[in-house]
Design a protein around this ligand. Structure first.
Ligand code: ZN
Length: 408
């Protein structure tokens, strides 16, 4: 990939994704796949005024060894050093950047039960730090191509060509052309416009129908709102873009209000395993039945992870004709695939989708209908013929999506 274009991407991530300000600390998490690009990003952070950039490298084969060889006890442990690191995050609010390049099959052959249980044990210890950090710091997830990931998407190409092709897909869907920062300014304005239209309708519920069998109704939160694109931190009031790319307009639905069946339209990569051709049935907001052609056991474990894992945390609207879907590529990566079509997520909801959340505690948001869970897993349900009708508080029916695309 041309160095000049990568430079633009690095600048986009730092200025528009994280929006690093003078004197801020930055933590960059990355795999070993693109060290030169990681160095470009680090340099951009310093140019933007970062006081310190800490690199955290990750290598999936080693994660796998850790999961396989360590006992459940040592995997569940949150050491004093880790706690001190979390506390540092709470005190200093460093920006957090993920340069994702994970192999979608990287954890195949690990014991998903052990991973899930250790996660469950660690969750309550880490939760107070996460609560203290919620909506207060800038973060961004974006992607760089890893060899295994590229090979998974383009198995017939020699690996170097596959990596190059994945670079192209990442950069084009992230709108890295002449002036990506200007592109993102326009894109954010467009997403904000969709949010405003939806919020002005005061929708009480959404009804989904699709020829693949999706027939589903979800209740929205009376004090909820749709958001999308950039966000602003509480306190420091810094505008940042948590996902590059991002096409979605989303909200957290009312906990306990979802009925009917949703059928997935893309496989779901979860804990290094691919769940294929699956569906879920909801009653009173809760998943009561699931089915999958492949890895049904993983799906069953996922929704039984904790009490909130069977309830919805997110409802997201994305046109079927999205730049990501139009690449025709299945990325096996949530950042891209979730932005390819309408999706739902089971698990944790987002407090910032409640109006006035700034003045509410997490507990109050939960009482107002935001779901809580240790997981948040997006899965795709958007299809070419999907219809979504919004029903307003006073019973008016509004066609929101028709044939998979925006109708408003
Ligand atoms: Zn989403």
């Amino acid at each position: 990939m041309q160095k000049e274009r990568l430079q633009k991407y690095a600048e986009l991530i730092v200025k528009c994704g994280l929006n690093v300000h003078e004197g801020q600390e930055v933590i960059v998490k990355a795999g070993l796949d693109q060290p030169e690009f990681a160095a470009m990003v680090v340099e951009e952070c310093y140019k933007a005024g970062a006081s310190k950039v800490k690199m955290e490298w990750d290598y999936m084969p080693i994660d796998k060894l850790n999961y396989n060889y360590r006992t459940l006890e040592t995997l569940s442990e949150v050491t004093d050093i880790e706690k001190a690191e979390w506390q540092h995050k709470v005190d200093k609010l460093p920006c957090l950047l993920w340069l994702d390049s994970d192999d979608p099959d990287g954890l195949n052959g690990t014991d998903s039960e052990k991973i899930a249980k250790s996660g469950m044990a660690r969750f309550p210890i880490i939760k107070p730090y996460r609560d203290a950090l919620e909506s207060k710091y800038q973060w961004c997830i974006c992607a760089v191509p890893g060899k295994e990931w590229a090979h998974k998407i383009f198995p017939k190409l020699p690996v170097d060509n596959a990596v190059e092709k994945l670079w192209e897909a990442i950069l084009s869907t992230s709108r890295v052309y002449e002036d990506p920062i200007e592109e993102w300014r326009k894109h954010n304005a467009e997403l904000a416009k969709h949010c405003k239209i939806l919020n002005d309708y005061k929708l009480a519920s959404l009804e989904y129908k699709s020829s693949n069998g999706t027939d589903f109704k979800v209740g929205l939160n009376p004090i909820g709102r749709f958001v999308g694109g950039g966000e602003t931190t509480l306190g420091t009031k810094i505008y940042f873009n948590p996902n590059i790319p991002s096409e979605e307009v989303f909200t957290s639905p009312m906990r306990g209000k979802a009925e009917g069946k949703v059928v997935s339209t893309k496989p779901l990569s979860y804990q290094g395993k691919l769940i294929e051709n699956f569906w879920m049935r909801f009653e009173n907001g809760k998943v009561v039945e699931v089915g999958a052609e492949k890895n049904q056991d993983v799906l069953e474990k996922m929704v039984a992870m904790d009490e909130g894992a069977a309830y919805l945390g997110e409802v997201a609207l994305i046109a079927y004709d999205s730049p990501i879907n139009n690449t025709g590529i299945l990325f096996y990566n949530t950042l891209f695939d979730e932005n390819a079509s309408c999706h739902l997520a089971v698990g944790r909801g987002f407090n910032e989708t409640i109006q006035g959340f700034e003045k509410m505690t997490s507990e109050e948001c939960k009482k107002a209908g935001i779901n809580e869970s240790m997981i948040h897993v997006d899965f795709m349900i958007g299809s070419k013929d999907m219809s979504i009708v919004g029903v307003t508080e006073d019973g008016k029916r509004i066609q929101i999506f028709k044939n998979g695309n925006w109708a408003i």
